[in-house]
Design a protein around this ligand. Structure first.
Ligand code: AMP
Ligand code: ZN
Length: 120
């Protein structure tokens, strides 16, 4: 299968892996958007958030727990951090193997979109 993240899991493409277990791996994002920016991905290929099914419930919960564990290890759990799971074009998804972004180490802006104020 021609999937970048499956290739990272199969060690065909190198990545800076910072965590792994039987269900997921986490590695540093190649283009970090914060002092710490990692991706938590399932070993199982799931294309988008829309493709998650009932049997994946535990796996997706595990991805979130690993994100929290990384934040704790990195020392910014208390200050706070951002987790993001982009879906399809409007969500800004560019790699079609689900991945949970974990960003931390600085305060981040919110929200990502603001409607234009109506002017009279
Ligand atoms: P998204 O836009 O939500 O699909 O996020 C894809 C992320 O994967 C981006 O933040 C990219 O910087 C990151 N990325 C792409 N290729 C690699 C790679 N080879 N190793 C690590 N991260 C990557
Ligand atoms: Zn994949």
């Amino acid at each position: 299968m021609d999937c970048l993240f499956c290739k990272i899991i199969q060690e065909e493409i190198p990545a800076a892996i910072i965590y792994e277990d039987e269900k997921v791996i986490a590695f540093n994002d190649i283009n970090p958007q914060a002092p710490f920016h990692a991706l938590v991905i399932p070993r199982q290929h799931i294309r988008t958030l829309n493709d998650i099914t009932e049997p994946d419930r535990e796996l997706v919960g595990h991805m979130i727990m690993v994100a929290a564990k990384l934040a704790e290890q990195q020392g910014f759990a208390g200050d706070g951090y951002r987790t993001v799971l982009n879906c399809n074009e409007h969500g800004g998804q560019t790699v079609f193997h689900i991945h949970l972004h974990v960003l931390g180490g600085k305060a981040m802006g919110w929200p990502p979109y603001q409607a234009k104020l109506k002017t009279l």
